[in-house]
Design a protein around this ligand. Structure first.
Ligand SMILES: Nc1ncnc2c1ncn2[C@@H]1O[C@H](COP(=O)(O)OP(=O)(O)OP(=O)(O)O)[C@@H](O)[C@H]1O
Length: 281
């Protein structure tokens, strides 16, 4: 499924007879099926608002969001929004049920699916997020670790079989190990099931390691859209974002200066994550 933004603009401030004050405007881009895309921008730049427009929580003030060429804001197309799963910031704060099973099953129960079908899908979702069914199904979500709770929350979204998964700062508050296992999960969903991943990140190191595409919101515009390694090696972009050059690129430059060649970004990423681990001790 493809999402297109056409001259998209959004304003919280709309006064009669006055031109609205736009949080962002003239956003144009196409998110292709299978993208693994990071959305970044300074705090308050409008990332969450933009994601809410994609999911249909907010109606754009101007312009269009198209899903597979159709406008999902029209009544006849509104079911297109069902293909988009949305994981809120700190999704574990929304867990509510007595057991992990009941929490994940909730959306399917609302759709009045049969109990047999629900169990099949819950089992499937729990396997995907690496929570063995027999061990976790009857546990209270509130007695789990932060990383496990987040997996339960994500299972509650993917159980609805979205083709696009939006995650607002999914790694916030997770330690290094939980972050890396969350990204293994997201890559698996992307590669094995073809789910498009769009996630908000404030971390250039994370973006360069995980994303295949980066969108940058700055001053109400889409400042850049492209290859994360190229964009994060651009001093003017780093300066506007108030970001340091990612370690991985510093290491690459240092190696090149010494005439040592690493074969690929993968090699460099391994060195960088070793470097981060050493520094975080
Ligand atoms: N419901 C609302 N009504 C009015 N203004 C809002 C509303 N929600 C957000 N804003 C404002 O819109 C701006 C963008 O908010 P948004 O949450 O989209 O930014 P963000 O880039 O996701 O920020 P962060 O990285 O801090 O989460 C902020 O200045 C915020 O105060």
């Amino acid at each position: 499924m493809k999402i297109e933004l056409r001259n998209l603009a959004f304003s919280y401030l709309k006064e009669k007879k006055r031109e609205p004050i736009y949080l962002f405007e003239q956003l144009n881009c196409t998110i292709e099926s299978g993208d693994f895309l990071a959305l970044a921008g300074k705090s308050g730049s409008g990332k969450t608002t933009l994601l809410h427009c994609l999911k249909g929580f907010y109606t754009p003030t101007k312009g269009e969001v198209l899903i597979d060429g159709k406008n999902p804001f029209l009544k006849k197309n509104v079911s297109l929004f069902d293909s988009i799963g949305y994981v809120f910031q700190y999704p574990e704060h929304q867990l509510f049920a007595r057991t992990v099973y009941e929490d994940i099953a909730f959306a399917l129960q609302q759709l009045k699916k049969s109990e047999q079908e629900i169990e099949k899908q819950v089992k499937w979702a729990m396997e995907r997020v690496n929570l063995p069914f027999a061990i976790y199904k009857d546990r209270s979500p509130f007695e789990l670790s932060g990383g496990e709770k987040r997996r339960v929350a994500i299972a509650g979204v993917i159980v609805q079989k979205p083709t696009i998964l939006i995650l607002d700062e999914p790694t916030a508050g997770l330690d290094l190990h939980a972050r890396s296992s969350l990204f293994s999960l997201l890559h698996e969903l992307n590669q094995m099931l073809g789910i498009t991943i769009i996630w908000v990140s404030h971390h250039p190191e994370e973006i360069i390691k995980e994303a295949s595409r980066l969108l940058l919101l700055h001053n109400g515009k889409l400042m850049a859209d492209g290859n994360p390694t190229k964009l994060l090696a651009t001093p003017s972009i780093l300066q506007k974002m108030n970001w340091d050059e990612p370690d991985v690129l510093k290491i690459q430059t240092a190696f090149e200066r010494k005439g040592w060649m690493l074969n690929s970004l993968w090699d460099i990423t391994q060195v960088a994550s070793y470097w981060q681990k050493v520094n975080s001790r």
